[in-house]
Design a binder for this molecule. Structure first.
Ligand SMILES: Nc1ncnc2c1ncn2[C@@H]1O[C@H](COP(=O)(O)OP(=O)(O)OP(=O)(O)O)[C@@H](O)[C@H]1O
Ligand SMILES: [Mg+2]
Length: 258
């Protein structure tokens, strides 16, 4: 199937950004924003964002409230159109791509707030996610072997589970579509420190399995140990990109008061 992106750009939505294939280690980043601008109505909130997620790596997008992290994630997931600049997947310009086509190409996002259905059970939540083409049996098998607690909770309403269990469910749903790039927005939000560590251990494992990850976090400490690169976002711009320890230093001097 061939999709038509805005600006008349042709793209083949079936080829995908498969991890561990010829793309990996190639010269092109898997996901890239170039001078990206985005707005809510008349108010521009991304003022020219440059960002690269290399194959098989974790990029941590850090910065204070309102800096534009979630907006950047929405743009990358095809949920919010660019008003300027470019969005590229594996070197291809895909401006105007729909969220559905982005998912088909292998870009999958877990939004802030996790995006699960509180009034559906764990199984039903997994079932909804099979809409992306995954088989229910495989989906359940993968989810319960990665997170055995979800197997025990399979008939429980998702909204009645702990924050950590909900995040495990959100991750399982996202992984069902076998993505190449995972966009995680505030994975640690509302979770106890021990659960945060456990979630990031899982993320590190996913990267070892070939996934590339863009993760936005307001609190850097959780994600920096597993990040390959970090970017600091302030007022709708990426103001600094570098090694996690370098960016952590800037973070503490710029707004965390350390
Ligand atoms: N749906 C929306 N409509 C209008 N303005 C919005 C909307 N979502 C976000 N904004 C504005 O866009 C700017 C960037 O917000 P965004 O949510 O991207 O920041 P963030 O870095 O994710 O912040 P946080 O750390 O609080 O999650 C903020 O000024 C915010 O008020
Ligand atoms: Mg946010």
């Amino acid at each position: 199937m061939t999709g038509q992106a805005a600006g008349g750009h042709e793209m083949d939505a079936t080829s995908g950004l498969s991890p561990g294939t010829a793309d990996a280690g190639g010269p092109e980043p898997l996901l890239e924003l170039v001078a990206a601008r985005a707005a809510y109505g008349p108010i521009e909130v991304l003022h020219g964002v440059d960002l690269k997620v290399e194959a098989g790596s974790v990029l941590a997008l850090l910065g204070p409230n309102g800096g534009g992290k979630s907006t950047t994630m929405k743009v990358c997931a095809g949920l919010l159109p660019l008003t300027g600049g470019d969005l590229r997947f594996a070197g291809r310009r895909v401006n105007g791509i729909s969220a559905q086509d982005a998912a088909r190409l292998g870009v999958c996002s877990i939004p802030e707030g996790r995006g699960i259905f509180a009034n559906l059970s764990v199984r039903e939540n997994l079932w909804v996610a099979t809409g992306t083409g995954a088989r229910m049996e495989e989906m359940e098998e993968a989810a319960y072997s990665r997170f055995p607690i979800l197997g025990k909770r399979r008939n429980q309403l998702a909204g009645s589970m702990s924050g950590g269990e909900q995040q495990m469910l959100a991750l399982s749903r996202a992984l069902g579509s076998n993505p190449a790039v995972l966009l995680l927005d505030e994975l640690s939000m509302g979770l106890a420190p021990m659960i945060v560590t456990q979630m990031y251990d899982t993320v590190a494992q996913l990267v070892a399995e070939g996934l590339s990850i863009l993760v936005a976090e307001q609190f850097a400490r959780a994600v920096l140990p597993i990040a390959d690169t970090a970017a600091l976002m302030l007022h709708g711009r990426v103001v600094s990109v570098g090694r996690p320890d370098e960016i952590e230093e800037q973070l503490s001097s710029s707004y965390l008061g350390g």
